[in-house]
Write a protein that binds this ligand. Structure first.
Ligand SMILES: [Zn+2]
Length: 290
C-alpha cells in the first residue's frame, strides 16, 4: 500500500467487460494511467469528439437509480462502485474509456474492479495528494437519516443502517484507511434489494440486467442467493462502499470522519452540496496529521 500522501495512478492499462444493470447491454471498459492532477475522467469512445466527463460532484445529473454524470450531451451511468474502488485504493488519476452509457455492474460489488486495479498495480507520482480538510462539523438530516463530518486527523467513515427486516436490522461499521484493507474488508460487499422493490423496477422496465448474479435479493424472511452472504454484515459494508464512491466525487479525499446513518446516494449528494456551500467548514491542502 502506498503512503497515501503522493498522487497515485495505475502502473498499466486495465480492461474489463460486463453488463449494465439498467440497460442490459454489454459494455467494455479500459482504465488507463493518467498524469498528475488529471483526476478521474470518463471517455465515451462510442461518441467520438465528445468531451471527457470528469468524476466531479458538479457533473452529477441523476441519482435516482444510479449515479449518472453528464456534460455536453454525453453521460456515463452507474459509476459508483468503480469510483469506490479508486477511492478505496487511493487512486487519484485515471482515464476510463467506456463504449456505452452504462458501466458494467459486474457482481454488484466492487470486487472485480478492485481486483483488476490491484493486479495492475499503482505508482506514486511526483505531485502531492490534495485533501479536503474538515474544519467544522457539518450535518444534514432527513427525518431519521443523517450524514455528518467531524474535523479529525484521520480518514474514517462510519456507516449505520436500520432496516425493519429480520435479516438486516441494525448494522454499523467503521472503515479507517490506516487500519482497514479496502479489498478484503469492503470491496466484495454486494448491492442488496428487497424483492418488492425489484418487482417495481421491472414494471418500469429498468433493471433489465439485474439478477441474483449481481445483487443480494431479500424476500420476507430469507435471502434468495444460494451462496448466502459474503460478510455477516454485508449490507452495511455495501453502504460504506457506496458512500466511499459518493464522497469521491469531491475530487479529493476528505481528511476527517464521515458518519452516515440510514443514508443513500440522494442524501449523500445533498450532504456534499451543503458541505461545499459552507466554505468556512473546510479547506484544501496537504494532509495535516497530528
Ligand atoms: Zn451500490
Amino acid at each position: 500500500m502506498n503512503k497515501y500522501y503522493q498522487q497515485t495512478t495505475l502502473a498499466k492499462n486495465v480492461a474489463l467487460s460486463g453488463t449494465g444493470v439498467h440497460s442490459g447491454k454489454r459494455t467494455n471498459i479500459t482504465i488507463k494511467p493518467a498524469r498528475e492532477n488529471h483526476g478521474i475522467k470518463f471517455r465515451r469512445v462510442d461518441l467520438p469528439g465528445t468531451q471527457d466527463i470528469q468524476a466531479l460532484f458538479k457533473l452529477v445529473v441523476d441519482t435516482s437509480l444510479a449515479t449518472v454524470l453528464g456534460t455536453n450531451g454525453a453521460i456515463v451511468s452507474t459509476i459508483e462502485h468503480l469510483m469506490a474502488s479508486f477511492a478505496g485504493l487511493g487512486i487519484d488519476n485515471a482515464l476510463v474509456e467506456v463504449d456505452d452509457y452504462e458501466m458494467p455492474i459486474m457482481d454488484g460489488s466492487a470486487k472485480d474492479f478492485t481486483r483488476a486495479l490491484t493486479a495492475a498495480g499503482t505508482i506514486e507520482q511526483d505531485a502531492p495528494k490534495h485533501f479536503i480538510i474538515v474544519k467544522k462539523i457539518i450535518q444534514v438530516q432527513d427525518q431519521d437519516k443523517s450524514v455528518m463530518v467531524l474535523p479529525e486527523p484521520c480518514f474514517k467513515i462510519t456507516c449505520s443502517i436500520d432496516f425493519p427486516h429480520p435479516l438486516v436490522g441494525k448494522q454499523k461499521i467503521t472503515y479507517d484507511r490506516a487500519t482497514n484493507n479496502f479489498e478484503q474488508d469492503v470491496s466484495r460487499a454486494r448491492t442488496f434489494g428487497f424483492i418488492k422493490d425489484l418487482e417495481l423496477l421491472k414494471r418500469f422496465s429498468l433493471g433489465k440486467g439485474g439478477s441474483l448474479d449481481n445483487a443480494i435479493v431479500i424476500d420476507k424472511d430469507k435471502i434468495l442467493n444460494k451462496e448466502g452472504l459474503r460478510y455477516p454484515d454485508e449490507f452495511v459494508r455495501h453502504k460504506l462502499l457506496d458512500s466511499l464512491g459518493d464522497f469521491s466525487l469531491l475530487g479529493m479525499p476528505i481528511q476527517g470522519h464521515i458518519i452516515t446513518h440510514k443514508s443513500g446516494h440522494t442524501l449523500n449528494h445533498l450532504f456534499i452540496k451543503t458541505f461545499l456551500e459552507n466554505k468556512d467548514s473546510w479547506e484544501t491542502g496537504p494532509a495535516r496529521m497530528e
